[in-house]
Design a protein around this ligand. Sequence first.
Ligand SMILES: NC(=O)c1ccc[n+]([C@@H]2O[C@H](COP(=O)([O-])OP(=O)(O)OC[C@H]3O[C@@H](n4cnc5c(N)ncnc54)[C@H](OP(=O)(O)O)[C@@H]3O)[C@@H](O)[C@H]2O)c1
Length: 310
Amino acid sequence: MSNTSWNHTTTSDEVAETLSSHITGKTILVTGISPDGLGLDFCRAIASHSPSLLILAARNPSKISASQSHLSSLFPSLSLKPLVVDLSSQKSVRSAAAEINNSVDKIDVLVNNAAIHAHSLSRSEDGIEMSFATNHLGHFLFTNLLLKGAMRSGGRVVNVTSNSFRRGGVVWEDPNFLNTPFGDGWEAYSQSKTSNILFSTALAEKFGSRGVYSYSLHPGLINTAMAKKMDMDDFANRFNVNLQWRSFAQGTATHVVAAFDPAIEPQNGGFLTDCQIKPIVGDEAAWATGKENWERLWKLSEEFVGEEFS
Ligand SMILES: NC(=O)c1ccc[n+]([C@@H]2O[C@H](COP(=O)([O-])OP(=O)(O)OC[C@H]3O[C@@H](n4cnc5c(N)ncnc54)[C@H](OP(=O)(O)O)[C@@H]3O)[C@@H](O)[C@H]2O)c1
């Protein structure tokens, strides 16, 4: 259990201050780095605690470069490494993983933070629905390739999900939306976000004995680039959600807990929100729990990426 006084108002700066000794000396890779996003704010919050290296991964080189300049202006002695990766492309993911495995001895913490919310049906170059390809399968492949290389001796894998997992699970009969109506993309987004949770559980169950810890988290509602692209009033009405906005620093506090807090190790595979492990219980979203679901998703993901991982 993490610090019981931490909650939805706690900031990443406060958590990082407390966990400073667990950040110092670590090599951390974060996906989904861009100036208006949570990935960069997470890096900002931990940067003053002397990580050994921050690897900034994104699909857009100019956004990496802007993010790198921002961090360097705040923390001139910080070691940074850019990594261009398009998570929707399995070729790009394989190439990025090889680049890291060939150049970095050890990744201590991998934060799978990147995501899109595809509002209309589109497919990746591999022919896969874009939210599933980017948010889950790209991270599934990237993580498993790193676990054979720079993370072979273990480490932490943080999967950033969303409370949208509560709206639906994996569409087992048609995960690629070949025949299922796509609508405005919420079903596909929920499928990908449920997958983030099941992926963390699977990593803990399959690889916990060799030092792999994995957590999924919901950051709260933050006015990032992704949120700005959505009609939030429509979202609030449709899903009966009370729009309780958080600052960026409040939004990334749970990232810092999931990435560094040793106190949550006994809950390996768990889901966090508001800086705390919050078990998904009863029938609130049964599709996001249970061995039958994570094993089924693992096999499905292996089929989509054309490689088995054990
Ligand atoms: N903001 C919220 O209220 C909220 C709520 C719940 C969950 N979340 C989760 O928080 C995480 C961060 O999202 P955010 O709110 O910070 O949104 P964001 O600013 O849009 O960040 C998402 C990042 O993912 C990157 N990305 C998208 N497609 C990619 C691809 N194919 N390959 C590599 N990178 C790709 C984006 O790159 P580009 O800049 O190039 O598009 C961006 O850097 C996501 O997992 C999201 O689901 C956010």
